[in-house]
Design a protein around this ligand. Structure first.
Ligand code: HPA
Length: 267
């Protein structure tokens, strides 16, 4: 694992002289942010040693280094989901590489279903905390002290300062936004009505199939995290409808301008 991280990071460092501490994982809602980045260098995932290759529809994998506004960023376009069959370590691998490249702030977006009855389809939600309902944890196994501690603290998984900043930006820009708890599940099934109800009872506002493994790895590595979800469907009583991946993507697309605005301003 350590060798793979170092090999992948050296491959990148040999080609790009990286001068930023900010990484972005361009999930649903942020795909088009890549178009706003003045690209200095990009590398296809398949060319990166030991990098998994993205398979899911609507994600094309590449490592991007460039300028967003006047800030340098690394953007990962395309992420790895546990439901695709990657091991949980593989899902977190890109975050390890980001750390090795000097990233200390990680911004993430995703699509999620809502349990909170006051959330509507198309709404944005700042993630203030998460509940790991994946059947595993990316830190299971031998701990490498050089990567982080055996028992990492998770009392502030999502950086309070960035949450407050995002709330201020949203207010200033007249963007309605909630702040809620994200439940991370393996998928690939969407939830049954009973599961949405359960996730509400245990304290969740939204549910999705990503982010939690990446944030766990990032916190292990001491990286500050920030995330926004776009609500693509609702599982709240009376609001639950049949959903499909294409509908999730369509709603995700609609949120792009608002999502991108907040991310750009935070960075
Ligand atoms: N559940 C899980 N993941 C999701 C959902 C959902 O309802 N919507 C988008 N991603």
């Amino acid at each position: 694992m350590l060798q793979k991280i170092k090999k992948c990071a050296s491959y990148i460092n040999e080609r790009i002289s990286i001068d930023t501490d900010t990484g972005i994982i361009l999930g649903t809602g942020l795909g088009k942010l890549a178009e706003q980045i003045d690209i200095i260098h990009k590398i296809r995932y398949e060319d990166l040693p030991h990098f998994p290759i993205s398979t899911v529809e609507g994600h094309n994998g590449q490592f991007i280094y460039g300028k967003l506004g006047d800030k340098l960023v690394i953007a990962l376009q395309g992420r790895f989901h546990y439901y695709e069959g990657y091991s949980i370590e593989e899902v977190g691998f890109p975050v390890r590489v980001l750390k090795e490249l000097g990233v200390n702030r990680l911004l993430i977006s995703n699509a999620a279903g809502a349990m909170n009855p006051s959330y509507e389809v198309g709404d944005l939600v700042i993630i203030k905390d998460h509940i790991n309902m994946f059947p595993t944890n990316p830190l299971i196994g031998k701990n490498h002290e050089e990567l982080g501690p055996r028992f990492p603290d998770m009392s502030e998984a999502y950086d309070k300062e960035m949450i407050i900043e995002a709330q201020k930006i949203a207010k200033r820009e007249n963007i309605d936004i909630h702040t809620g708890v994200y439940v991370g599940v393996s998928g690939p099934t969407y939830e049954t009505p009973a599961e949405y109800k359960f996730f509400r009872i245990i304290g969740g506002d939204i549910v999705g199939m990503s982010t939690v493994p990446e944030v766990i790895v990032a916190r292990h590595a001491g990286i500050k995290c920030f995330g926004i979800s776009v609500v693509t469907d609702s599982g709240a009583p009376g609001k639950l409808k049949e959903i499909s991946h294409s509908e999730v993507q369509r709603i995700g697309e609609l949120s792009q301008p608002r999502m991108a605005e907040i991310f750009k301003k935070i960075i």
